[in-house]
Design a protein around this ligand. Sequence first.
Ligand code: ZN
Ligand code: ZN
Length: 421
Amino acid sequence: MTRDPLTTVLAGLASVRSWQEDCYRDLHAHPELSHQESRTAGVVADRLRQDGCAVHEGVGGTGVVGVLANGDGPTVLLRADMDALPVREATGLPYASSAVALDADGAEVPVMHACGHDVHVACLLGAVSLLATARDAWHGTVVAVFQPAEEVADGARGMVDDGLVDLVDGAGRPEVALCQHVLPLPAGQVATRVGPTLSAADSMRIVVHGRGAHGSMPQASVDPVVLAAMIVVRLQTVISRETQPGEPAVLTVGSVQAGTKSNVIPDHAVIALNVRTYHEQTRTAILDAIRRIVVAECDASGSPRPPEFELFDRFPLTDNDPGVTGRVAAAFRRRFGADAVELPLQTASEDFTDLPGAFGIPYTYWGIGGIDRDLYEQARAAGRVAQDVPVNHSAAFAPVLQPTLDTGTTALVTAALEWLA
Ligand code: ZN
Ligand code: ZN
């Protein structure tokens, strides 16, 4: 009896586990901040070479691309992010991080893999290794992208700007891009979702100009404090009055700064805000509405100069392709049974989609669980999942080693073989 390709490839899981768990613990104990992932990149490149990949290092800074060519057939792009966060680890794990590093502003900060990107790296390395040792079971090309700086939203774009598309197209343009993230779901689960899945995020810094004066002589001023206050109030109507009811969207003014002293009217104010949306149309409409309101309020105040707008920390929408997602979800149901579930809409954001966007190819992004099942079940029974289950970016976020690594590795292989088998 011949075995199906997936069973053949996954037969190597036990031998992968023998190095993958150590690799994961090592990555977890040695986290690196965004754009500083050089040690991680070295670990990745060494492993990819051992598995016979062509390896491209230094793509967009510390990015690594492994190309596993195996004859004619489709090319599939798989992506893992590598960076960690400025968080002091409080998991108490034997392999917990005690690392410190200098952040982009030169301040010394603790560093922790609080978002689980170490899981993503270890799983993708495991998946490549499985495919490399079972070449008879599939054909085509695997492009494994290890991306820096997801947490600051510019790592994927950095790789694209550094020539990723030309580099990969040499091996054949990918047909599809696949990506996963470990989430506070029960370990062993895989979770897919069609359509909008992670929000687009945009931060905007706005400078509005007034005319400074003595606090006792308001008639000589254009008061930017009042102007900024009017803008903040008026911005509350963008979601409540201009966005369709039922369309999820958030507009938060997180910072308003003006002035230095109670009796000095300053000459400018700075407003910083954050927008989360799930449809490009909504995103554009909200950003346009913000500009319109700010310009009009400046006019209404008699502002001496036009306002200045700067967009930063921009994450694209993650909008899973229905065809690709349906195919992967069906394969997951066959492989994982009742542990293949639907992923709820996520409020977080990701820059992964800048990669498929650059190639003009469809993609899907799924979640894998990382939380001990007993812990999760106790929390669920007590109605305390939100309170008792540590989430990504928290100092206590500690995915259980297994079955998390097995699940993530199996999920990547299962999805990739939908195109390669
Ligand atoms: Zn994160
Ligand atoms: Zn993350």
